[in-house]
Design a protein. Sequence first.
Length: 310
Amino acid sequence: MHASKTSPDLSADLRAVTWRSLCHGVSQIFFQANPWTGLLILAAFAVGDPRMAILAAVGTILSTLAGCLMRVPPEGVALGMQGFNGCLVGAAVYAALGGQAWSYVLTVVGALLCAPVTAFFGWLLALPALRGFNLPSTTAPFCTVASILYAVSWNLHVEGSTKHVTDGAGDALARSFLSNVSEVVLVNSALSGLLILIGLFIASWRVGLAAVMGSVIGSASALALGESTNTIEEGLAGYAGVLTAIALAVVFHHSSIASWCYAAVGTAITAVVTLLMNDATSFPHYTWPYILTTWVLLVVGSRIPALRRT
């Protein structure tokens, strides 16, 4: 996810764009390169609204092609590393604007912007002061592009479009275990969360288990911090912790007892960061709570001998 040497052969990049690599682009939202996981995540989008799934797919395709035009290495294209930010941009545009025509225009613009913004973060994190920490750009390009699009399209926003599906009343804490997972992709649906969780277990049981741990700790932490039951039930308090748990337990560290304990602490910290950001502004902060927490903890973790980076 850092800046890398460009590919001299555009045709090699384009040959790497297949249905499998595009599905990888969707599954990389959760750090996985598994086509079946990607298809299940697309199905989760469709549960929210088929138009949302279309925008997510368009975002994935166009951001991947934009990466090819910037001559990123074909192996990165094949792994889906150019697709996931564009996929999330499409979802974020739908969350703000619904299915109106402008949603498709902004998704195209945003997806194409993801490639140069990803390159910028790769350059930024490779500066001498940061290079030694090997920090990933992860979903920072998505957050940056989506925030810009959200600001410039203010007059086009559809009220309540961020709440796509309601699955009926029930215990807020219990339902949040699945809605936390679905809200990573801006869908509020327990069924969508279940589909994504199945996809994660298909990719790796460790990743699936880390997602469960992150969801449980995220909801419990939010409850302990006094977050409202509505916010917890909709997954808005615990979604970022799902990504933090996966990232710190099994993706950026070799899986070990130390990494899982560290991930548990990181998930609780992410809940605090999410709560602070929720209280500070109504402007969507997307996955910034996960990104900021993970960056800080990767820097701190570099001083902990028991944690080994991948």
